[in-house]
Design a protein around this ligand. Structure first.
Ligand code: T4K
Length: 372
């Protein structure tokens, strides 16, 4: 087969169950004519997700970004928030949309998450919260972050967009902090086409969040506060219920892909990747490698291009750093000398394709190019 005829391989592809399995859900929606506003599938998905994730309260959202923006509103966060530059841009944009100043702190090299040893130096009288990211599903240093937050009376909101199904010491990764947000975007381990959620720890907060995502309504005529419309609809919720039936299998398949990559790439000089992390049940949402151009012989960008020439579309998540984008690069904390590890990782990282239906032949096509 010529190269042009070989099918494209993207960084990911969504898991889609057999369409026949989805039809009964659609028939139900057509029958009861409830399309949104806390319908029966929405309620059922909240219940089932609480059980699956082992969390007490969850509020569904139309996407992860609105969940983040609303989480900051729910806790009335203002002033400055300490966050990581090594994430998808939505993490910091959520602060900007709340008129909050992001303060970037460097990551540490073993998990690529916020370095807890560097947080305290960034705290000022205006700091009100910490917004760390369990990037690629790698757990943040939750104990250390909690200690710092307690000491300085700060709130903690975890961006847990990459963590669906992941656990730390038997606890769901989205159960830490004051609030955690999830994304159920098409590219995630668990998807509802688009979607998201906030996990919280008490009923009062859940009510508050549910009101905020529904214009601030409490009942039919009372508007308690200026809310937004960020509700998940019934088709999304139905998709979630169906995905839940398959998600263990999806994670298992992703584990297989990860294990194969690790086996086949382990002896390539200049290519490194993270191994299993102690006490973590991973969800295998991404497979990032680091390319050391001196040892490997070509740069990360050259490898990215080489793969692309063979119709393999890896991604440089997360390059450039959020702190490099025009809206943020003027900030003092955004300067490169403040973020040496994040700079290095962003310049070397490449996320290889990973999805549950990846075939051995596809994996071999990718590995062959990396091996040279
Ligand atoms: N926090 C973090 C840490 C996040 O990573 C994200 C989102 C958020 C917050 C915000 O959550 P959401 O508001 O999105 O729920 C993608 C996703 O759009 C985004 O959800 C995700 N993070 C980010 C890491 O990746 P792009 O621009 O790279 O996606 P795109 O469209 O280029 O898709 C990548 C590949 O996936 C495509 O080349 C092909 C494949 N694909 C994609 C879609 C959308 C499909 O096969 N089918 C599809 O429907 O941002």
């Amino acid at each position: 087969m010529t190269e042009e005829n070989k099918s494209n391989i993207y960084v990911t592809q969504p898991f889609l169950p057999d369409l026949k399995e989805f039809i009964p859900y659609l028939e139900q929606i057509w029958k009861n004519k409830i399309l949104t506003n806390n319908g029966p599938f929405h309620q059922q998905l909240e219940d089932e997700l609480c059980k699956y994730l082992g969390v007490k309260y969850i509020s569904l959202f139309s996407n992860g970004t609105l969940a983040l923006i609303t989480a900051l509103q729910a806790l009335k966060i203002t002033g400055e928030v300490i966050t990581t530059p090594f994430s998808f841009v939505a993490t910091t944009h959520a602060l900007w949309w709340n008129n909050i100043k992001p303060v970037f702190v460097d990551i540490e090299p073993n998990t690529f998450t916020l370095d807890p040893d560097k947080i305290e130096a960034a705290i000022t009288p205006s700091t009100t919260a910490i917004l760390p990211v369990h990037v690629y599903g790698n757990p943040c240093y939750v104990d250390e972050i909690e200690k710092i937050a307690k000491k300085h009376s700060l709130k903690v909101i975890y961006d847990a967009a990459h963590t669906f199904g992941a656990q730390l010491k038997g606890h769901s990764l989205c159960s830490f902090g004051d609030l955690s947000i999830l994304s159920f975007h098409a590219t995630k381990v668990f998807n509802t086409f688009e979607g998201g959620a906030i996990v919280c720890h008490n009923q009062k907060m859940k009510h508050h969040i549910d009101n905020l995502k529904n214009f601030g309504f409490r009942g039919e005529t009372v508007v308690e506060e200026p809310g937004i419309n960020a509700k998940m609809n019934e088709v999304q919720a139905a998709m979630g219920l169906l995905q839940l039936k398959h998600v263990d299998c999806v994670i298992d398949r992703r584990k297989w892909v990860t294990t194969e990559y690790r086996k086949r790439l382990k002896n390539i000089k200049g290519i490194t990747f993270l191994e299993e992390i102690k006490d973590v049940n991973h969800c295998y949402s991404y497979f990032p490698i680091l390319v050391d151009s001196h040892k490997y012989g070509i740069t990360r960008d050259e490898l990215y291009q080489k793969l692309m020439n063979k119709n393999i579309f890896s991604r440089r998540y997360f390059f450039p750093l959020i702190s490099q984008f025009p809206s943020y690069k003027h900030l003092e904390s955004a300067q490169a000398e403040n973020l040496p590890i994040a700079e290095k990782v962003a310049n070397e990282v490449l996320c290889l394709p990973i999805y549950s239906e990846m075939k051995v032949g596809e994996l071999e096509r990718i590995v062959e190019i990396l091996v040279k």
